[in-house]
Design a protein around this ligand. Structure first.
Ligand SMILES: Cc1cc2nc3c(=O)[nH]c(=O)nc-3n(C[C@H](O)[C@H](O)[C@H](O)COP(=O)(O)OP(=O)(O)OC[C@H]3O[C@@H](n4cnc5c(N)ncnc54)[C@H](O)[C@@H]3O)c2cc1C
Length: 597
């Protein structure tokens, strides 16, 4: 089985050339983000992820988590890995120094987060959700709450969770039933939440649950939902941990993958009521939670990249190790890596992974600019850009992770289906990604609805304009001219399909829902090509300046491969969008059951 090695060179290249780190470091907010600082952080995080966290991945999958006497028992090595993570200050990189953070760019912390997710996705979910909880509290909480909770959450001494889902409320959170009854300076929370990631564990001293619930007199629907902070252990005024709050793990789910992540059914207020504190205003809970969910959606897209990277490294190692047959052009038997079809699969894995990485980091870079730019108009544009790219990062990167991890299994032949190589674990673990943090159906609907139809296509047009500029630049290079031409054809189709989306959705209420998935995949395929072409051109420039690192040649070949072998998929996605909704909506419930009724 291959060890994990963080792709530090690629991360650094993308931060520098795609997510605009050098320009970011010129802004006062991020002046500490110097190349030396970034390099030191990535190298050290790479070491910790490879030496401390990655070795817990297989053992975690084998041992899983167990509920014993109401407490979640975690696999061997998890607590020690978490301790090193917290002591290293890894959870605080991007947060406000006022609460103990290091004030570094989010895009930098994103590359570090990718390493934790590649090393062990089950374990990595704990920091991932904690960081989302910090963000939600930081942006929406009162000073009193922030002072009481943020320092320990930023330092990693306490972890955070997100409690949205209930048995009757999954994709549709407007029907949440958990209750919050005002009592003095707090509320008493009761109700059941399901599927709560790391709802309990012994890695940290306290767990801070962010819980959506409804006040007794709240209106029905989304406007009646508020957000509450519910600590596992109550915290006294002087910051000491006190009594256990009325929140318990009722049971743990048995899952297809991420066996080592505790997915808990949580019972709030079974006795006196769980003490909770309002975050933000009453009735604005979903909006507050969205600050966490947006962060988490980008992070889940990043998990798609991370698990793809891990699967690629495993497949590459196996393809170099396994000898089978004589490849064309060779006289003797050799590694399967020599076969053209294995190379096709490896290159597909690699190009999807690097395209997704560039796209995810680029979106996070926009959030950094939105935060640091003084010019409000420019900051607003960066925010809108990140918002537009978010469902593509979440939806497309996690969809392609299914293909990448499946190819990883395929490259192993029969051994891919056998657990001991680890390829199967990546495939199983990846399967959750299109489901949680809003299923990919919901991401696709977000992209076509809120992000495209609602603003009459302005955000889409702006991203497509950026792609045009990148293509103009790429076409000046002899090496990328033809690829830029192919991308131009894809861009032209995307523009006309977007125009069709805008016009047909006005007349046909079924249109946008029926085409959303294929539209998202078309935009993802196009954006992947955009990012790889930008990367290829930047690599060519560096090469022209005398840098002979083979990584730069590989980067260019990866871009050319993607444009030739992956980009043409936009044709089938766009063709499906243009056929509209009729063939889907013609099917009634009766037709679905016709063969066996
Ligand atoms: C391992 C795991 C960890 C999780 N962690 C957390 C967590 O930490 N906190 C938390 O709150 N939740 C968590 N979840 C819950 C997760 O976010 C939900 O499972 C997800 O949002 C989908 O909700 P659901 O399961 O109720 O599916 P449903 O909403 O019942 O959806 C079923 C199917 O219908 C589709 N569908 C539903 N509505 C629409 C629509 N309007 N248009 C088109 N298609 C639609 C969905 O896309 C899906 O394919 C986790 C789930 C799992 C499995």
């Amino acid at each position: 089985m291959a060890d994990y090695k963080a792709p530090v060179k690629d991360m650094q290249f993308i931060l520098e050339n795609i997510s605009r780190m050098p320009q970011l470091a010129q802004l006062a907010t991020f002046e500490d983000a110097t190349p030396d600082m970034i390099s030191a952080i990535l190298e050290e995080a790479g070491r910790v992820s490879a030496e401390v966290i990655a070795p817990t991945n297989v053992v975690g999958d084998e041992q899983g988590v167990k509920l014993e006497n109401g407490t979640v028992k975690i696999p061997d090595g998890f607590a020690q890995a978490y301790q090193q993570y917290a002591e290293g200050g890894w959870g605080s990189l991007q947060f406000d120094p006022e609460y103990g953070g290091q004030g570094l760019p989010y895009s930098l912390s994103t590359s570090v987060m990718e390493m934790w997710q590649s090393a062990n996705m089950s374990w990595g979910l704990c920091p991932l959700l904690s960081q989302g909880a910090v963000e939600a509290l930081y942006l929406n909480g009162s000073d009193e709450l922030k002072n009481a909770y943020l320092p320990n959450m930023v330092s990693g001494e306490w972890t955070g969770t997100m409690n949205l889902t209930e048995p009757g409320a999954g994709s549709d959170l407007s029907v949440i039933r958990s209750k919050a009854v005002p009592e003095g300076d707090h509320y008493l929370i009761s109700g059941q939440k399901i599927f709560i990631t790391w709802g309990d564990h012994e890695m940290a001293d306290n767990i801070i649950h962010l819980v959506l619930a409804r006040l007794p007199d709240a209106p029905a629907g989304v406007r009646g939902i508020s957000l509450f902070l519910v600590p596992k252990f109550l915290v006294s005024e002087n910051g000491e941990l006190g009594e256990r709050n009325d929140v318990e793990v009722a049971s743990l789910e048995h899952k297809l993958g991420i066996h080592a992540s505790a997915t808990c059914v949580m019972a709030f207020g079974e006795n006196a009521g769980a003490v909770g504190y309002l975050i933000g205003q009453e009735g604005k809970g979903l909006a507050c939670m969205f600050t966490m969910m947006n962060n988490a959606r980008l992070a889940v897209g990043l998990q798609g990249v991370a698990i793809s990277e891990r699967a690629y490294q495993q497949a590459l190692w196996y393809a170099g190790d396994r000898t089978q047959g004589k490849a064309v052009g060779f006289k003797e038997e050799g590694p399967i890596l020599r076969h053209a079809d294995i190379r096709r699969m490896l290159m597909t894995m690699k190009s999807f992974t690097e395209a997704g990485r560039a796209l995810a980091y680029d979106a996070c870079g926009s959030l950094d600019f939105a935060h640091a730019l003084e010019d409000k108009e420019l900051a607003g544009k960066e925010k809108a850009r990140a918002a537009y790219l978010t469902p593509i990062v979440k939806g497309w990167c996690t969809e392609v992770a299914q293909e990448v991890t499946s190819l990883g299994v395929q490259i192993h032949g029969g051994m891919g289906f056998i657990e001991e190589t680890g390829a199967a674990q990546h495939f199983r673990d990846a399967r959750i990604l299109p489901i949680y943090e809003g299923t990919n159906s919901i991401q696709a609907l977000d992209l076509v609805g809120r992000k495209t139809l609602s603003d009459n296509g302005v955000a889409a047009e702006s991203v497509m304009e950026e792609i045009s500029v990148a293509l103009a630049q790429a076409s000046e290079s002899a090496r990328f001219k033809e690829a830029a031409g192919k991308m131009q054809s894809a861009l032209d189709v995307a523009k006309s399909v977007t125009a069709q989306l805008l016009s047909e959705s006005a007349d046909n209420e079924y249109f946008s829902g029926a085409v959303a998935y294929n539209y998202m995949m078309m935009m993802g395929t196009l954006c992947g090509g955009w990012q790889l072409l930008r990367s290829g051109v930047a690599a060519e420039d560096k090469q022209a300046q005398g840098d002979s690192d083979p990584y730069l040649e590989a980067k260019q070949l990866t871009a050319l491969f993607y444009v030739d072998q992956v980009l043409p998929r936009y044709l089938s996605y766009s063709a499906v969008v243009t056929t509209g909704s009729d063939s889907i909506m013609a099917f009634t419930d009766e037709h679905l059951e016709a063969a066996f009724s």
